[in-house]
Each structure stands twice: as C-alpha cells, then as structure tokens.
Write a protein that binds this ligand. Structure first.
Ligand code: ADP
Length: 386
C-alpha cells in the first residue's frame, strides 16, 4: 500500500490515515529506545566510576575491631601524599575530643579537605594513623568507619525523589516523627508544610530548593544518621545568612553530644570552638582558642583581621586604617577567598554595581577612591539608590 495506490484510487483516505498512525506508533518506541540508550550509557559511565572507586578502595586495610563509641578522635604523625606525589599533609598530630567542637581553618589549599577525607576514612595513608580512642582506623572492621563517621560537605547530594526518601537514605527505618523532628531542627518544617510535607518531590541536586534549603535538608539527613563523629567540611559556606545561622546553631548544639570537626574558611564562625587548628601548606602552624590565637599575632590573627575588614567593607563604614589594610585586596576572587560575609549572590550583585575596572582599581586606589567604591558597594547591597 502506498501513496501511488491512494492516488490511483486503490486506497481510501481512512486506510491511508491508518497507515500514517501506524508509522507514528512505530516511531514512538524508536524515539523512546534512543532516550533509554542515553540513560543506559549514562548508567554505564556511572557504574564505571563506581567500580573505579571500589577498585581503589581495595588497597585499604581493615581489621576485626568495632568502633570505640564515645571516644576521642585523633591523628598522630599523619602525612598524606596524592598519587602524583604531592604531599598535601605533613606530620599532623591533633585531638578531636568527644562532645567538643574542634575547628580546622587555613587558607585555600592548606589541606583541610584532605584531612577531612582521612578522618572520614575516605583516604588511607601509611604515614601516621587516625585513631578512635586508642584504636587505629586500620584495625576497624570494613564498614565501621562509614557507620560511625559522617562527612557533610557544602555540596551534599539530593536525589530526585520525595523528601521522605531523601531523608531515609540516612536511616531506612526512620519514623515520620523522627523526620519531622530533624526538619524542625533545621527550620524547614513550616516550609515543607506549605508544600506536600514529607511527600514533597525534590528535584535532582535539590534544584527546586534554594541553596540554603538544600544544605539544610542535607543537615537534617545527617542528624537522622546518628553518627559518633560529624565532620562539617565548609557545610555552612555559600548559603544565605538565615540558613548559615541555623546550620551553625545545630552544629554547635550537636557538639554537646558528639565529636564534631568543623572546617571553615569563615573565621567568625569558629570563635566558640573548644580548639582551633590552623593549617598552612599542609602543616599545623598554630592551635588554641580564638582569644589565645588573637594574642599570638600569627596567621590566624591576620586572616581574622582581613575578614573582619572585608565584612565591614560590605556592611559598615571603615576607618582610614582599615581601608589601608584592604590595599592587598585586588580582585573579586580574593574577596571570596578571604571568606567575607557576603554570599556568592551578593558578590554577583556587587559585580553589577561596580565595573571590572573599578574592582581592578581597588588594587591601587587612593583612600578617597576606595571610600567611594566601598560606599557604592554598601548602598548596592542595601538596595539603596546610588
Ligand atoms: P583545602 O581544603 O584547605 O582547600 P585541599 O585539602 O583540598 O585544601 O588541598 C590541599 C592540597 O592538595 C592543595 O594544594 C591541592 O591542590 C592538593 N590536592 C587536592 N586534591 C588533589 C588530588 N586529587 N591530587 C593532587 N593534589 C591534590
């Protein structure tokens, strides 16, 4: 049967339409097949990555011991080199006491995340050891670290599924009451009540939530997990100020019950820590409480003062002296690096208010020029007309 037959009158219009519909029916599965093919290829790529990860982990050594609950975490003479031979950590000895919050700070690239990965059992090293109580990690049974130590980073993953199922990844048997309790702790219960409660659909990577909300769901999930040790690796970074406040409150509260390791480049968030370790180029260079470190006039004090000046640059009037201290700040990237109080979004807004040239000019401006730019930036942030 063909168009020629139709033209020749051998085929009526209905028969032709029927054929056309059949053709469409035929192409739909073909199209679906091609999208399944795409999904399958993505799946294969992911599986390869997972296998690669599993293969790498076979180098790890394990023992027969259980995790020592309610014990301190510590590292002794710990060094770590990456596969390319780069030594990221050198001879670290540190204590992370049970029921305390210990902070790790230091410039970008100083080794904070590498240390977090070692503490969470994600990396192993032959140089030095991580201990729970007196037990080296390498004497623990295979899954003991994963069951007892949780690392929460700034980009925790949320899956395309209901809120309930995202939370239950941490504790399969969690009751609705337990889930509601953790959502309340992170200040999200009212928000999800206005949606569909625990049945609210979350898009992949929390795309239908704000950054701060997504991060708070990740925190709620971690609280549900009920670990012995919580490692927060920049977990309160790059979120709105309300989310940051809630996350910090929960982290400090948690440290009354658990061992908390808190990594941040924002020094104003570590002031209450029981102990602060300062890393630089993979070396431990200072430690102590905030007040002690401020007296030492070392790197901590320098970083703290730079950040305070930047915070005030964005929110308040600066003194001439503080403006002089800002002289080294030359680029937007450095503003971010210094861990100022502005979120990425605020910095983007700032970018709109100030031209690239003006930002560049910040490197070598006169005091008057700097004041003008600072005032414009402040007005922009407050939404005032310039
Ligand atoms: P921080 O968390 O303080 O920013 P990191 O622990 O991420 O620092 O990195 C410490 C150092 O190790 C940096 O110099 C970084 O470039 C290097 N590094 C990190 N990951 C790798 C890797 N996979 N391979 C080689 N070097 C790495």
């Amino acid at each position: 049967m063909s168009l020629k037959q139709y033209q020749a009158g051998d085929l009526n219009l209905y028969a032709l339409l029927f054929i056309l519909l059949l053709i469409m029916e035929f192409f739909v599965p073909m199209r679906t097949l091609s999208s399944y093919f795409h999904i399958a290829m993505t799946g294969i790529a992911s599986a390869e990555r997972i296998l690669d990860l599993m293969k790498r982990k076979t180098d790890f050594s394990y023992g027969e011991a259980d995790y020592q609950k309610e014990s301190d975490l510590s590292v002794r003479h710990l060094s770590y080199s990456y596969a390319d031979g780069f030594e990221a950590l050198t001879d670290l000895t540190m204590q992370f006491p049970y029921q305390q919050l210990t902070a790790i700070v230091g410039p970008s690239g100083s080794g904070k995340s590498t240390l977090a990965a070692l503490l969470a059992g994600q990396y192993q090293t032959k140089e030095g050891q991580v201990f729970c109580g007196n037990l080296p990690f390498q004497e623990l049974k295979k899954d003991e670290i994963a069951k007892n130590v949780i690392r929460i980073s700034h980009d925790g993953h949320l899956f395309q599924d209901t809120l309930k199922n995202n939370l239950r990844l941490a504790k399969e048997e969690a009751t609705e009451e337990e889930m509601i309790r953790v959502l309340e702790k992170v200040g999200l219960l009212d928000f999800f009540k206005t949606r569909e409660g625990l049945e609210t659909m979350i898009l992949s990577q929390g795309k239908n939530l704000s950054g701060g909300q997504a991060q708070r769901v990740c925190l709620a999930r971690a609280l549900l997990f009920d670990a012995q040790v919580y490692i927060f690796d920049e977990a309160s970074s790059n979120v709105d100020s309300t989310s940051e406040k809630i996350i910090l409150e929960q982290i400090y509260r948690l440290s009354q019950e658990k061992t908390v390791v808190y990594i941040s480049h924002r020094l104003d968030t570590v002031k209450e820590a029981s102990n602060i370790y300062v890393l630089n180029h993979g070396h431990l260079i200072e430690h102590g409480q905030h007040d002690q470190l401020m007296k030492e006039k070392g790197l901590y004090k320098k970083l703290y003062q730079e950040q305070t000046a930047i915070d005030r640059f964005l929110t308040d009037d600066l003194t001439e002296e503080e403006l002089d201290d800002l002289e080294d700040v030359t680029s937007e990237a450095e503003l971010v690096d210094l861990g100022d109080s502005a979120s990425e979004a605020e910095l983007d807004d700032l970018g709109d208010g100030i031209s690239e040239n003006e930002l560049d000019d910040l490197g070598a401006p006169t005091t008057r020029e700097r004041k003008t730019v600072a005032n414009r930036a402040r007005k922009d942030l407050r939404g005032e007309k310039g």
